[in-house]
Design a binder for this molecule. Sequence first.
Ligand code: GLC
Ligand code: CA
Length: 552
Amino acid sequence: MNNWWKKATVYQVYPRSFKDTNNDGIGDIRGIIEKLDYLEKLGIDLLWITPMYVSPQKDNGYDISDYYQIDPLYGTMADFEELVQEAEKRKIAIMMDMVLNHTSTEHQWFKEARKSRNNPYRDFYFWQDPKPDGTPPNNWKSRFGGTAWKYDEATGQSYLHSFDESQADLNWENEAVRKECGKILAFWAKKGIKGVRLDVVNLLSKTPGLPDDPIVGPTGDGRTHNVDGPKIHQYLHELNQQVFGPMQLVTVGEMSSSTPEECVLYSQEEREELSMIFSFYHMKADYQDNAKWTNEPFSLAKLKQSQSLLQQKMHEGNGWNALFYSNHDQPRALSRFGDDRIYRQESAKMLAITLFGQQGTTYIYQGEEIGMTNAYFSTIEEYRDPESLNAYRELLASGVSDREALIILQLKSRDNARTPMQWDDSKYQGFSAVEPWLVVNNNQISAEKELKDPNSIFYTYQRLIAYRKMFPVFTEGDYRLLDEEHSELFCYERTCNQEKLLVISNFTRKNVAYQLPSDYKTAEILESNYGRKQVEAAFQLKPYESLMIYQK
Ligand code: GLC
Ligand code: CA
């Protein structure tokens, strides 16, 4: 099999915030086309675009009401086809985002389903009677807060929604649902896309009967019965046989809270399920006892442990990782794990080096390559994301003060990463000529500046993307965490035949002394965020200094 995507780098576009060309304040497909040269220059291979299908936009497109059409907000099908062709000319393949766990409640299937209990589409979704005391059918929680059930007057039953109440979960036990989803995937594959990112795909199979979650506490939200459910591997294998395999699609599944063992099963090549997975354990390095909406400082120990565990397990089990520090659902990694003020350049490069040395396919989220930072909105009115708005309400209801709730949102809200892309220094940073849908971060950072500076973050990424194609150790090497107990450094080593790669990253503002392992005395420095040219037996690492060292 041709696993070209193992050496590839994927760039994620959140179209709403990428580039607006018709001046309605919302990014569009023509905006993506306009920036293809920029992406080609960066050197990326695949472009993952978050959903652009017809949608009421309650969750920015993750609530789909028609899978076969482009939402006019973003353009037309002709624009999309042009994008596929123009990207291909630049050797960039398109990866579409597919949401198959739920549809919008505006989708035709759901509109039918809610009409009566014996409508043929009823069984496309999960409907249950409320408990005799009027409470929801079970104790599952929505990922966006509150119960996962919504009572529907018309038929006197409730439907399951693992996310917003406008996103009804599809019943994958129903073969007709599985067939329809296969058809949707084949339709887009025929349009010439080369990849799909499968939204919350580990939730597709639920324990039959939908029993209560026995766990009490933040993880007792239903995940015992809706994550990695009994038939999930069967469903993915079926899709693989029907579509992914025959259409040669690269696939990545979003696997929040799947164990490393499950991640291996999803992505082992011979099992023919998915090409790779996103795991999220390392995104909990600033959670307090698994709870996201807390003001908890980031723990380097947790980041190292979670990433290293997955690196090792996936290597041993022959699974494949999707490597990322940022996406549209996470605050900016630079603000989270680095220093986005005094050492912005240094820490952005340090994070890039730390991630790109690991095993897996690398992902860059728009703006990461120019060091964009959190939005740090100071009022609740600036937020748009339903998850953040719910969290704010719940925080206040639980007794947290308004000030503290706003601080927590500044640290954790998804809107931090959704502010418009900063292209230049003009009023709306070159994103649009009118006021954008979400406040622009006016902080002097721009792609234009990055491109002019040969020492910029952008060119660090450009080189890292290239190294991954040049040296087999990046794709094939095993992984060993070094100096495990060190509280300031993240160091690891990759080995493959004669090749060795050593990554040393200082995650603090302090100078840190470091002894180079003796087998790297004649090694070459591939990448340094302080312009170091030669290895030394002992280093004084500067604040957020990072080195990528190669030995053959
Ligand atoms: C995924 C998406 C997120 C969305 C959710 C519901 O986690 O990445 O943006 O809100 O699924 O579809
Ligand atoms: Ca637009």
